[in-house]
Design a protein around this ligand. Structure first.
Ligand code: GLN
Length: 536
């Protein structure tokens, strides 16, 4: 069958849930028997988000093949339950880098390189890779940013061209907008949506479907008004009220008839009935009153919770598996260094130290690890969270006073966390960490092995530094268990404490592989231990 394309654009403002809407739509189509692939186009000039601060960008989501991508790819993987690859996300930076390197090579000899056609051709080439690589029947493509941004214009122009090349009948433009409410009168306004559609039409794209997001119920009359002013079919304005439970979004879209509408408009017939029962059950579980466990998340980007998107979701998934409501207390690690935030930490049933880079707040994370160890509080360390657990252990159990990671103290006498040999000569920061899926063998009888219940796992990595094996024996002698190792035994992947209810940490990022229906074992283990502690 010819590949069909669903192009998602955003209007009015950002952060209205375009990524979640696209992901949930993908699920509805997959449920109807179609092979779905997804791609996100990011208009910024960075080659990838790997070098960007989480304050700028939120979480960097890592794929199996090591691609460092936008956090929306996390939504796609979690909702559609697929594993994406590098072709699923590209940026203006990549498009220009490729075009300029071709120009330097002489590929366009004699030509003047222009946005149209050279840049738009490169964009279309990259879009084509998705179908080539995945054989998808339907490609869901989300354009980052908001219509009207200067940066996204070449992307939209490329989509306009693509529509003519693949045929109008094979594409749908879905515009996700926002309907604001005037506080004084409670009136919902459609004008910003009208303007946004006008902006889209001025570059030659008329949306086929408008998903109008709002915090209120939107009545039929208002939808008809939008249809009239924006020149779309009456049945193609979808009023989408903000959901209080994220995983309800696919159910709401299904109820609004989005799955069938998309198929009809694409001229497709579904091969099976969507089975939304697992999602209904999931949402019922979320809504059920449950005992609460408090997890202190000790990080340095806690002001922006998007920086820990997958960690937050993984905690939710594991909470459902344990029938507990997870309440996250966000603790700023630098506060702990200044004697602040301890009251919150001390009330928690578990401590989670996520990944991070750079020295700000690291001492606070080390203090949090010490507190968890000394007070038998369940602890899960992710990447940097494992490294600080080892540094703390070296300092306070092995009495290696200045032990540190050489990331934070180059001249430490005891670099218990250190750069691997192959990382030492690296000067370029972009895309050069240990990235992506690596195997890990679980050591029998350990908490990690019990949690996973399989002997070997593959997990996603994103770090430069590793446990320094010259300290391995000393750590072991004092009760540190190395419960996950690379198959050659040379890299420490999971550590845990022998005499502790649950102090487990991984060098990889388990949060990227947690799914709503398939929670991650290490998170499930943490909350199981936290539930026990809360009972006491
Ligand atoms: N900064 C540490 C390293 O590079 C940890 C990275 C992380 O937590 N993702 O090894």
């Amino acid at each position: 069958m010819t590949t069909k394309y669903l192009f998602f654009t955003g209007g009015v403002v950002s952060s209205v849930g375009k990524g979640v809407t696209a992901a949930a739509t993908g699920l509805l189509l997959k449920e109807r028997g179609f092979k779905v692939a997804v791609q996100k186009l990011d208009p910024y000039i960075n080659v990838d988000p790997g070098t960007m601060s989480p304050y700028q960008h939120g979480e960097v989501y890592v794929l199996d093949d090591g691609a460092e991508t936008d956090l929306d790819l996390g939504h796609y993987e979690r909702f559609i339950d697929i594993r994406l690859s590098r072709v699923s996300n590209f940026t203006t930076g990549q498009v220009y880098a490729e075009t300029i390197s071709k120009e330097r090579r002489g590929d366009y000899l004699g030509g003047t390189i222009q946005v149209i056609p050279h840049i738009t051709n490169e964009i279309k080439r990259r879009i084509g890779l998705v179908e080539k690589e995945t054989g998808a029947e339907i490609v869901i493509l989300e354009v980052g940013g908001t219509v009207g941004d200067i940066e996204s214009q070449p992307f939209l122009e490329a989509l306009r061209q693509l529509r003519n090349e693949v045929g109008r009948e094979n594409c749908l433009f879905v515009h996700v907008t926002w309907l604001p409410t005037i506080g004084a009168t409670g009136e919902i306004k459609t004008k910003p949506t009208q303007h946004s559609v006008a902006a889209l039409r001025s570059i030659g794209i008329s949306p086929n479907v408008i998903i109008a997001r709002a915090d209120q119920d939107v009545d039929k009359g208002l939808c008809e008004k939008i249809a009239l002013f924006c020149d779309v079919d009456k049945d193609s304005v979808i009023p989408m009220k903000t959901a209080d439970v994220l995983y309800e979004v696919p159910l709401l879209l299904e109820k609004l008839g989005v799955g069938d509408l998309m198929l009809t408009k694409l001229g497709l017939k579904s091969t099976r009935k969507p089975d939304m029962r697992p999602w209904k059950k999931l949402v019922e579980e979320v809504r059920k009153p449950k005992p609460t466990v408090k997890v202190a998340l000790v990080g340095k980007y806690v002001e922006l919770q998007d920086a820990y998107m997958s960690v937050r979701e993984a905690l939710k998934h594991a909470g459902l598996a344990n029938s507990v409501e997870v309440e996250i207390s966000w603790v700023h690690s630098a506060d702990l260094e200044k004697d602040k935030g301890w009251d919150v930490l001390k009330k928690a049933d578990a401590v989670l130290v996520p990944g991070g880079f750079g020295s700000r707040g690291v001492e606070g994370k080390i203090l949090a690890a010490r507190y968890a160890r000394e007070n038998n509080v369940p602890y899960l360390g992710l990447c940097l969270g494992m490294q600080v657990m080892c540094v703390e252990f070296a300092r306070n159990v092995l009495d290696l006073e200045d032990a540190n990671s050489s990331e934070f103290d180059r001249s430490t006498e005891h670099p218990v966390i250190d750069l691997m040999l192959d990382q030492r000569s690296i000067t370029d920061m972009g895309g050069t960490m240990r990235l992506g899926l690596y195997p890990c063998l679980l050591q029998k009888g350990t908490k990690a092995a019990t949690a996973y219940a399989v002997p070997r796992v593959d997990e996603r990595h994103r770090h430069r530094f590793e446990f320094n094996n010259s300290y391995l024996e000393k750590f072991k002698e004092h009760g540190m268990v190395f419960s996950g190792l690379s198959p050659d035994g040379k890299l420490v992947e999971i550590v845990e404490l022998a005499n502790h209810p649950y102090m487990v940490a991984s060098q990889f990022h388990p949060e990227f592989l947690s799914r709503p229906m398939n929670p991650h074992p290490l998170f499930v283990g943490l909350l199981k231990a936290a539930k026990e502690k809360a009972k006491k």
